[in-house]
Design a protein around this ligand. Structure first.
Ligand code: HEM
Length: 119
C-alpha cells in the first residue's frame, strides 16, 4: 500500500494559492484544492480565505451536504504529521494537553497581589 504523505502546518501555510498551489487542512487531512476552487459552489473567496490554514471549522459551519465530503476526498494529498494531529482515530477532537504551571508560579502571583495591597 502506498504510504500516506505527511505534512506540517508550516508546509501547508506555504500553499496559499497566490500564483501557486492552494492547500487546506480538514480534520488532519491535507487537501490540494488548486484545481477545485474555481468550481466551488460556495464561491472562490470562501476557500481562498482559508488557504494555507486549518479550514475544519469554516467548512463545518458552512452549508455543506455530505456530497461536499465526497468531492473533498478526491483532493486529499496527505495528512498532518502525528505531532500536529488534532483528531483521534475516531475523528473526535483530541483533548488539549494543558501544560502544568511551573512550581511556585501561584505563590509569586500571590506576592504580586499582596505587594499591590500593602505598597
Ligand atoms: C474543502 C473543500 C470544499 C469542498 C469540496 C466544498 C464543496 C462544496 C459543495 C459541493 C457545495 C454545494 C453544496 C453541497 O453540495 O454541499 C458547497 C457550498 C458551500 N461552501 Fe464549500 N466546499 C469546500 C470548502 C469550503 C470552505 C473552506 C468554505 C468556507 C467558508 C466553504 C463554504 C461554502 C458555502 C458558504 C457554501 C454554500 C453556498 C450556497 O449558498 O449555496 N466551502 N461547497
Amino acid at each position: 500500500m502506498a504510504e500516506v504523505k505527511k505534512y506540517t502546518m508550516a508546509e501547508v501555510a506555504q500553499n496559499k494559492g497566490k500564483n501557486g498551489p492552494l492547500w487546506i487542512v480538514y480534520k488532519d487531512g491535507v487537501y490540494d484544492l488548486t484545481k477545485y476552487t474555481a468550481e466551488h459552489p460556495g464561491g472562490v473567496d470562501s476557500i481562498v480565505d482559508e488557504a494555507g490554514t486549518d479550514a475544519t471549522k469554516a467548512f463545518d459551519e458552512s452549508a455543506h451536504t455530505p456530497d461536499a465530503k465526497v468531492i473533498m476526498a478526491k483532493y486529499k494529498i496527505g495528512e498532518l504529521v502525528e505531532e500536529e494531529k488534532r483528531y483521534d482515530a475516531n475523528g473526535k477532537k483530541k483533548k488539549k494537553v494543558v501544560q502544568a504551571a511551573p512550581e511556585g508560579s501561584s505563590r509569586s502571583c500571590m506576592s504580586v497581589i499582596t505587594c499591590g495591597l500593602v505598597g
